[in-house]
Ligand binder design. Structure first.
Ligand code: ZN
Length: 383
């Protein structure tokens, strides 16, 4: 049912449109036309204006609706992001040995244009074959790679779906991400006192020394199965003959368990404050909650349907966790149970990124089964 040539052509067309984060205007306009031609009602929300760009006319998220053919079937949301990481301009896709690669100078952008292509193809087939379905809401977000800012500013009151699928994960169709951590970013400045290192070191307070004392007391890396912590950036000092009066430290904590996340974050904040105090320095610490966790179990409708659909295309469903965040975290945070689906992209965020044509086709087949399964479920439930 899925048209292999058509989805490959569409995928190639999509990756050829430059869309690095915050430069999604061209692809948003293209997709608006595409979705309208497929009979969806398309709306662009105001996220672009909220996020703001320096170059003007920023694109917002696209929210498109395909009206149901089965009355009473649950509305489902399909989501992929329009932006890509750099180097992502002037992508020159090369089809070789059943897969699509970049020419090695840019990423390919299968992250996440493979997701977009799957959604477009699935809807095309739905229409062609006149397959029964409930309301389908399609959301194409901006700035996913820039801190999930599109999803964070999505116009949620326009959505009515009871559950959602984000197509944005490695692992082939059948990989169902049901767990992903929440994250805090921690930013801290230790403010000591400058002095001449040779003439009057006793007048100084060495911020680098204090930072190292503090960091050495922190538990970092993998804290437990659900929790990680990292100090990733440290900067400070001007010259070897000056006692450094300022060090900036940036780190993060992640956990699938909300309580553990709070505890681990507070511990790092506390160590920074206590150590600075001990040495008579001042300290500023900020913690920013970046996104909530994703945690569904196998009885949640979204997961049940994804598993059924995997079996229907002859794949073994694999429920998995990830250490990274995605739009699925944000959608969950807004009360829409959402899983992130594997779409078979490989080596993303690198110039070696590729995806096989088989996976492009499989993704569209998988989505069709999800849509079918969703439509049936509600029908049988309501008798
Ligand atoms: Zn992605």
């Amino acid at each position: 049912m899925v048209n292999k040539d058509r989805i490959l052509d569409e995928f190639i067309r999509l990756v050829k449109i430059d869309s690095p984060t915050m430069h999604e205007r061209e692809i948003a306009d293209y997709l608006k036309g595409k979705l309208s031609a497929l009979g969806l009602e398309v709306y662009e929300d105001g996220a672009g204006d909220v996020i703001g760009t320096e170059w003007g006319n920023p694109a917002g998220n696209l929210i498109a609706t395909l009206k149901h053919t089965v009355p009473g079937a649950p509305a489902i949301l399909l989501c992929a992001h329009m932006d890509t990481v750099e180097p992502g301009r002037g992508v020159n896709p090369i089809v070789k040995d059943g897969a699509v690669y970049s020419d090695g100078t840019t990423v390919l952008g299968s992250d996440d244009k493979a997701g977009i292509a799957a959604i477009l193809e699935a809807i095309q087939v739905l229409k062609e074959q006149d397959l029964p379905h409930g309301d389908i809401e399609v959301v194409f977000t901006v700035a996913e790679e820039g801190g999930l800012r599109g999803a964070k500013n999505l116009d949620y009151k326009r959505l009515k779906s009871r559950f959602a699928y984000v197509l944005d994960c490695d692992g082939a169709a059948g990989t169902i991400i049901t767990r992903a951590p929440a994250q805090y970013r921690i930013k801290s400045s230790i403010i000591g006192k400058a002095a001449h290192a040779g003439i009057s070191p006793e007048d100084g307070i060495n911020a680098i020394y204090i930072a190292s004392k503090a960091i050495s007391q922190m538990q970092l890396g993998r804290i437990d199965e659900e929790t990680t912590a990292n100090i990733g950036v440290i900067s400070g000092g001007k010259a070897t003959n000056i006692i450094p009066d300022l060090v900036n430290i940036e780190g993060e904590t992640r956990s699938i368990d909300t309580e553990k996340l709070e505890k681990q974050t507070d511990r790092i904040v506390e160590i920074l404050k206590k150590t600075a105090r001990e040495f008579g320095a001042q300290v500023k610490v900020e913690k920013d909650f970046l996104y909530p966790r994703l945690k569904l179990d196998e009885t949640d409708t979204a997961v049940v349907i994804a598993m059924e659909a995997a079996l229907a295309i002859g794949r073994k469903p694999v429920l998995a966790g990830t250490g990274g965040g995605s739009d699925a975290n944000i959608l969950n945070g807004y009360g829409i149970p959402t899983v992130n689906l594997g779409i078979g992209m490989s080596k993303v965020h690198s110039t070696e990124e590729y995806i096989t044509i088989d996976n492009l086709v499989l993704n569209a087949q998988y989505l069709l089964e999800i849509i079918k399964s969703a439509a049936k479920k509600r029908n049988s439930e309501s008798g």
